[in-house]
Design a protein around this ligand. Structure first.
Ligand SMILES: *[C@@H]1O[C@H](CO)[C@@H](O)[C@H](O)[C@H]1NC(C)=O
Ligand SMILES: *[C@@H]1O[C@H](CO)[C@@H](O)[C@H](O)[C@H]1NC(C)=O
Ligand SMILES: *[C@@H]1O[C@H](CO)[C@@H](O)[C@H](O)[C@H]1NC(C)=O
Ligand SMILES: *[C@@H]1O[C@H](CO)[C@@H](O)[C@H](O)[C@H]1NC(C)=O
Length: 407
């Protein structure tokens, strides 16, 4: 199937102005010289929606998945021989939505299915599921099928305690466990929990209330690299998707000290805060605001934020200071965020994974033509991209940072 796009109107010779490349492009990479598209003309292929997958910015009409390079800096991330291939899929089930956690000891990637949204098979009456795949199995399958872009390794679903309801985020490993954050379901509370990555996958709940009140629906979580404090976002999506009661608190970001139980707010004023990540040195926090996506209840509204904000993190108190816009994305919403060892910022968007350098300059995309809510490094040079009904494995040069807190 050819990727359909009104950009085809534009690709027919209107723009033969691409500059000669001063660098070599690796396989599966396409260079898009942005200066060629800064003036589209009165009859140009202007987009009307940042959510319409038929009009995503793909002016070379390349069939996804591919690396869309806007800036030479992206080549340092990709390295000389990158690849991106599909390793799991299920067209009728969004089994690979969020909460990606890599567990190196077994070379497994864990992830949750979509909670409450399209193809998620979960709602007020049905919990979502947490599953895993073996990356050893995926690498073996890819090696056995060198000419095929696609393999499909089996997903193992974890039989988790009823305490885990609608997993929406996760990080770690933290103290040897998976650190999951859940939205809750009906009157069952959202929570932060440790889950044993090995059978019997026993669960220890760390937090399920704010001085007695339930959170709205917890969304995403990271451990601060130097202080070990746990930071997380709370947002009303579960209400907007019809599986949690009306919200009782603002959409905001919290800091939780797992040693003392102290929990407090470090940032508010978002339309809908969502993903969170720190730089490797813990000095900058990134929080996305996905206000443009209002769930089933409010729908989509492109005039609201699809924006990542950066904060300075106070070295002594871990207070969030000096909020500034880091990046606004052109496709869908910036959902989960990860940072690599060089300080580049990766975020899951409507057309795949966007990569920005530390200044907020877009370097390129892992272009899928469809939504990725989150991704995670799985060891050095390996990125696993969750794409709802599919999982992709990219071999690149970049390395992730530790997500395990202070060592
Ligand atoms: C897709 O997921 C559904 C729901 O878990 C399952 O019943 C079905 O067997 C899966 N299909 C494939 C091809 O794995
Ligand atoms: C699971 O159970 C084992 C054995 O009792 C315990 O050592 C471990 O801490 C538990 N893990 C979690 C996440 O509850
Ligand atoms: C979109 O959001 C803006 C800003 O909040 C609001 O003024 C407008 O009414 C919204 N549009 C729709 C269609 O909901
Ligand atoms: C694009 O969106 C349409 C309508 O929502 C959907 O049916 C289709 O599967 C999507 N295509 C891709 C490649 O995600």
């Amino acid at each position: 199937m050819k990727f359909f796009s009104p950009w085809s109107l534009f690709a027919t010779g209107v723009c033969s102005c691409a500059r000669a490349l001063a660098f070599e492009l690796p396989a599966q990479a396409v260079y898009v010289d942005l200066i060629s598209y800064t003036a589209l003309g009165v009859d140009g292929p202007f987009r009307e929606s940042s959510f319409d997958n038929a009009t995503f910015f793909n002016p070379t009409l390349t069939e996804p998945p591919f690396f869309q390079v806007f800036h030479e800096g992206f080549l340092d991330i990709l390295g000389p021989s990158p690849s991106i291939r599909e390793i799991a899929s299920n067209t009728s089930f969004a089994f690979a939505h969020e909460a990606p956690i890599y567990f190196p000891e077994t070379d497994e990637m864990f992830f949750s299915s979509n909670d409450g949204g399209s193809l998620g098979m979960s709602d007020l009456d049905h919990n979502n599921v947490y599953g895993k795949i073996s990356l050893t199995a995926a690498e073996d399958a890819l090696e056995e099928n060198p000419d095929s872009g696609v393999v499909n390794v089996p997903v193992t679903e974890l039989a988790l305690s009823e305490k885990i309801q609608m997993t929406n985020g996760g990080t770690g490993p933290y103290k040897g466990s998976l650190l999951l954050i859940t939205s809750g379901r009906g009157t069952r509370p959202p929570s932060i929990s440790l889950v044993n990555p090995r059978e019997p996958h026993n669960v220890t709940v760390l937090l399920d209330n704010f001085f007695g009140r339930q959170f709205n629906s917890l969304n995403d979580i990271k451990v601060h690299p130097s202080s070990g404090k746990i930071f997380f976002t709370d947002v009303i999506y579960a209400y907007l998707y019809g599986f949690r009661p009306a919200p009782m608190m603002p959409n905001q970001v919290y800091r939780f000290d797992p040693d003392t139980g102290n929990v407090g707010v470090v940032a508010d004023g978002f339309v809908r805060c969502n993903g969170i990540a720190f730089t490797g040195d813990g000095r900058i926090a990134y929080v996305s605001d996905t206000g443009a996506s209002g769930g089933n209840l409010l729908g989509l509204n492109q005039t609201l934020p699809a924006t990542i904000y950066a904060f300075e993190v106070d070295e002594n108190t871990q207070a969030f200071k000096n909020k500034r816009v880091f990046a606004y994305v052109d496709a869908g919403i910036p959902d989960g965020i990860q940072v690599d060892a060089m300080g580049n910022v990766y975020t899951g968007c409507g057309d795949g994974v966007h990569v920005f350098d530390e200044r907020g300059t877009i370097l390129g995309k892992f272009f899928l033509g469809s939504t990725s809510a989150n991704m995670a490094f799985a060891g050095d040079g390996r990125l696993i991209i969750l794409a709802e009904t599919k999982i992709f494995l990219a071999h690149i040069a970049a390395k992730g940072i530790s997500l395990s807190g202070p060592s």
